[in-house]
Write a protein that binds this ligand. Structure first.
Ligand SMILES: CC(=O)N[C@H]1[C@@H](OP(=O)(O)OP(=O)(O)OC[C@H]2O[C@@H](n3ccc(=O)[nH]c3=O)[C@H](O)[C@@H]2O)O[C@H](CO)[C@@H](O)[C@@H]1O
Ligand SMILES: C=C(OP(=O)(O)O)C(=O)O
Length: 416
């Protein structure tokens, strides 16, 4: 069962519900380490990445218990160990998010360097700059980052780039530091706001999340909390593009429309009808899809995590589009696979130039990374014949019940 097969499908129709956001669940699970009381998390997506970070927490001494389908109870009262080994870090970069909570709670952390991955080198210099500013001593050697501090102290930290992970790691470390921390040029993603809400429910004092200046007043200790993870805006966006590319009519439920404004705007520009409800969007495909240009940017700009899905849409659009990737330096790996399916794409540095109106054909392809894999499913839905996708572990990192959800909309998709 390590391949996903997608056959040319009818226009997708029906209703699908998005799960909780992977990119909120991962930092919030890590943040549960900040308290010695139990935390209850709801709407936690059933993903491989969630299992991996849960394993990391368990290695550190926390108890992670699945309650029902999408709830996790985390008890970090016996947090003792402070070392996250290479084997787990190699599986998922986001495991590095335990560094801030470990430093805050135990004054010590030894974490394997996360290393690069398909979409770029993804350094951690901004995380470390933040920890150093809070008074931690950092040693790097033999593939590990070791950090220690008797007590972290609040500081003013300017991020050279609004890194999501660095903002989260620093927020978590600062939550138990002495005094106030100010993060300037902070990331403004909705997942940062979700993390800040969780820390505040635990008794923390974080203000300004969702703007580029976040102020964190450290507290002596944090308590337990119950929290529901926000909906996954990237999963929602993926189903919205699926509706558009198949010229279908799909309602995506459990959506915070404010979080997907750039996706809605680009679909409108492409001539696709999007109806916004309180907690849903309905996407009605159009016979003619217009080419649009896209530039990925930190939030509230167009999300890099939606770039590859739009590339599939633009491959069958009317005209030429230019897609510029400014967030990651190597996020065009899926282009070679789309070329195998008949797309007409040329890469020029950080830009991809797409000639639309391609007649896509099913082919054996490889998921090069999570969203690249999603773009191949979308291409497979409209390609003539059968598309066989391998290396689907990338897709399983970020989409739960993906075939079931697509099948419920009429797609012909299965695992073999
Ligand atoms: C688990 C999670 O939430 N993942 C998301 C998070 O990743 P992640 O938190 O890793 O992304 P960042 O915002 O940190 O990275 C953005 C850019 O900053 C660079 N950088 C980052 C940190 C650092 O210390 N130094 C540095 O140079 C990176 O190499 C990259 O080019 O935000 C990305 C950007 O929206 C999304 O694509 C990912 O889905
Ligand atoms: C790049 C992504 O995730 P991660 O940061 O977990 O690799 C993603 O969700 O598209």
């Amino acid at each position: 069962m390590n391949r996903i097969i997608v056959e040319q499908s009818p226009p997708l129709r029906g209703t699908v519900r998005t799960s909780g956001a992977k990119n909120s669940a991962l930092p919030i699970i890590a943040a549960s380490l900040l308290s010695s009381e139990s935390c209850m998390l709801e709407d936690v997506p059933r993903l491989n990445d969630v299992s991996i970070i849960s394993e990391v927490l368990e290695i550190l001494g926390a108890k992670v218990e699945k309650i029902g389908r999408e709830e996790l109870m985390i008890d970090a009262s016996r947090l003792e160990r402070y070392e996250a080994p290479y084997e787990l870090m190699a599986k998922m970069r986001a495991s590095f998010l335990v560094m801030g909570p470990l430093l805050a709670r135990l004054g010590k952390a030894k974490i394997s360097m996360p290393g690069g991955c398909a979409i770029g080198t993804r350094p951690i210099d901004l995380h470390l700059k933040g920890f150093k500013a809070l008074g931690a001593t950092i040693d790097i050697g033999q593939g590990y980052v070791e950090a220690s501090a008797d007590r972290l102290r609040g500081a003013e930290i300017y991020l050279d780039f609004p890194s999501v992970g660095a903002t989260e790691n620093i927020m978590m470390a600062a939550a138990l530091a002495e005094g106030e921390t100010i993060i300037e040029n902070a990331a403004m993603e909705p997942e940062i706001v979700d993390l800040s809400n969780f820390i505040n429910k635990m008794g923390g004092n974080v203000k300004g999340a969702g703007t580029n200046t976040i102020k964190i007043k450290g507290v002596e200790s944090l308590g337990g909390a119950k929290h529901q993870i926000i909906p996954d805006r990237i999963e929602a966006g993926t189903f919205m593009v699926a509706a558009a590319v198949t010229k279908g009519d799909v309602t995506v439920k459990n959506v915070l429309t404010n979080h997907i404004k750039p996706v809605i705007a680009k679909l409108h520009e492409a001539g696709i009808e999007v109806i916004e409800g309180d907690d849903y969007v309905r996407v009605i495909g159009s016979k003619d899809i217009k080419a649009v240009d896209i530039k990925t940017l930190p939030y509230p700009g167009f999300p890099t995590d939606m770039q590859s899905q739009f590339m599939t849409l633009m491959s069958v659009a009317e005209g030429t589009s230019v897609m510029v990737e400014t967030v990651f330096e190597n996020r065009f790996m899926h282009v070679d696979e789309l070329l195998r399916m008949g797309a007409n794409i040329r890469i020029d540095g950080r830009s991809a130039i797409l000639e639309g109106k391609s007649r896509l054909q099913g082919a054996p392809v490889r998921a090069t990374d999570l969203r690249g894999g999603a773009s191949l499913i979308l291409a497979g839905l409209v390609a003539e014949g059968k598309t066989e996708i391998k290396d689907i572990y990338h897709i399983d990192r970020g989409y739960s019940d993906i075939e079931e959800k697509f099948r419920s909309l009429g797609a012909i998709i299965y695992r073999k």
